[in-house]
Design a protein around this ligand. Structure first.
Ligand code: BGP
Length: 460
């Protein structure tokens, strides 16, 4: 084998409650932001497929868990849906929801899969949506209360907790780029929501420390390295640095170091969008840093200085223009660049600038449209492109580990095809295929068989 990984390296996959469970009005679950939005604007969702059924993990979790194990998954991260566990703004616990997650966790353990739980994967309950979501400070404290319930109920069996998945997506996509609810473009609100989400995460860390649970608490951040067209040009470097502040360091620094980068505070001040911060908030953030980091990596960002004056509402585009590097590789289904060396650069950044804290790749993967085309005569999706994609990324991860990076695992998005928000089932990511028009029938793809070998041999 050319690439052997450290002993105990976690091989697994990630999904989330709202993208996999379905059963959206069963077991006492209340509506979430996705149910709420789909009811109002179903035309926004690819092929009109909404969040009600998704991959039906709610009913089929035993089969999924067995088949994931057969595909070599030995650790699985999903999220506990706030809307399944807490019924209302008062924090009333839904015991049926709790029982569901007890069963899922126990089933994973019984099948040799390490359960890893995230507490927020873009799924605000409707009762908080109606009160302004994370624009409202009350939501922040309600989240911390929900987190405390989860630590109390499941903390005896979960070692790896995370507060939020890709927290920056909440302000970025809901309040700037309009691909999540409430789909507005308002930089001032985005800054306030971003701050509230960080505060909610830090309060959840505080609850975790109080709970006395023996596991670890982290956060999952989508680190998107920004490369500039000409590193010798100060203006290009500046454009890249600003994007790094907005998209990466806005959550990375407060979560790991307990403080915001000064340059970010200055930028928000200059734009007149500094969020309201109550007395004591920054102290909470300072005192409640994480134990480990999950990194979602899909694609890089490319930036050069603007060549024209930006006109339009305040957006990150004010500070840069994208460029296309020569020889750029693309995943055309998703419209994302494929650039494997970034994984090495991320590892180096964590090592050099964030104390080499323990971290893992919590998501990396390739969504492909029309995978039916690649089915062989037995109906197996022969997804060699996915196998190559994983290998090419792992080579860079391996190099970083050899050079001392403290990376302890690799999770694929996703072990099985799941619902991708407004893209619904357009792009498939799984090692296991899910036929959503045939009762969510589950079949192993070629990548699933390959991943099993990878995981069994701890390398390739
Ligand atoms: C990440 C999210 C996941 C998942 C994945 C794939 O950003 O954490 O929830 O959706 O991206 O992207 P998409 O679903 O947009 O294709």
């Amino acid at each position: 084998m050319d690439y052997v990984f450290p002993n105990g390296f976690l091989w697994g996959g990630a999904s989330s409650g709202p993208q996999s469970e379905g059963g959206s009005n069963e077991g006492g679950r209340v509506k979430s932001e996705w149910d709420y939005w789909f009811e109002r604007e179903p035309e926004r969702f690819f092929d009109g497929v909404g969040p009600a059924v998704t991959s039906d993990f709610y009913h089929k979790y035993k089969e999924y868990i067995q088949k994931m194990r057969q595909a070599g998954v030995t650790s699985y991260r999903t999220s506990i849906q706030w809307s399944r566990v807490i019924k209302d703004c008062e924090g009333t616990v839904n015991e049926e929801g709790v029982a569901f997650y007890h069963d899922v966790i126990n089933e994973m353990i019984a099948n040799g899969i390490e359960p890893m739980m995230c507490l927020h994967h873009f799924d605000l309950p409707e009762y908080w949506v109606k009160k302004g979501g994370f624009e409202n400070r009350e939501t922040v404290f309600a989240f911390a209360k929900f987190a405390a319930v989860c630590f109390e109920r499941f903390g005896d069996r979960i070692t790896y907790w995370t507060t939020f998945n890709e927290p920056v997506i909440i302000p970025e996509t809901g309040y700037l780029y309009q691909r999540h609810y409430p789909a507005v473009c308002d930089a001032k609100k985005a800054a306030q929501v971003g701050f509230h989400v960080q505060l909610a995460s830090s309060l959840a860390v505080e609850e975790f420390r109080k709970s006395g649970c023996s596991g670890k608490i982290g956060i999952i951040i989508n680190l998107t390295p920004t490369y500039c067209e000409n590193p010798d040009k100060a203006e290009d470097r500046k454009a890249a640095d600003i994007l790094d502040l907005i998209f990466n360091r806005s959550f990375l620094d407060p979560s790991v170091k307990g403080e915001y980068p000064e340059e970010l505070t200055e930028l928000l001040k200059e734009e007149g969008i500094l969020p309201e911060i109550a007395e004591g908030d920054l102290d909470i953030i300072r005192k409640n840093t994480i134990d480990y980091l999950g990194v979602n990596y899909y694609h890089p960002r490319r930036a050069k200085a603007r060549t024209s004056v930006y006109e339009g509402p305040l957006m990150p585009e004010k500070y840069y223009e994208p460029y296309t590097p020569s020889g750029q590789k693309m995943n055309t289904s998703r419209g994302w660049e494929i650039y494997e060396p970034a994984i090495y650069d991320i590892a180096k950044n964590i090592k050099e600038n964030y104390g080499n804290l323990p971290w893992y790749i919590s998501e990396n993967g390739m969504g492909i449209q029309g995978e039916e085309e690649y089915m062989d005569e037995n109906g197996v999706v022969t997804d060699d492109y996915r196998i190559e994609f994983i290998k090419d990324h792992l080579k860079y991860l391996h190099k970083a580990i050899e050079e001392g990076s403290n990376c302890f695992g690799y999770h694929l998005w996703a072990p099985f095809d799941c619902w991708s928000w407004i893209n619904a089932y357009k792009n498939r990511y799984g090692l296991l295929r899910v036929d959503i028009y045939d009762n969510c029938k589950i079949t192993m793809k070629k990548s699933g068989t390959w991943f099993k070998e990878l995981s069994d041999r701890n390398g390739f």
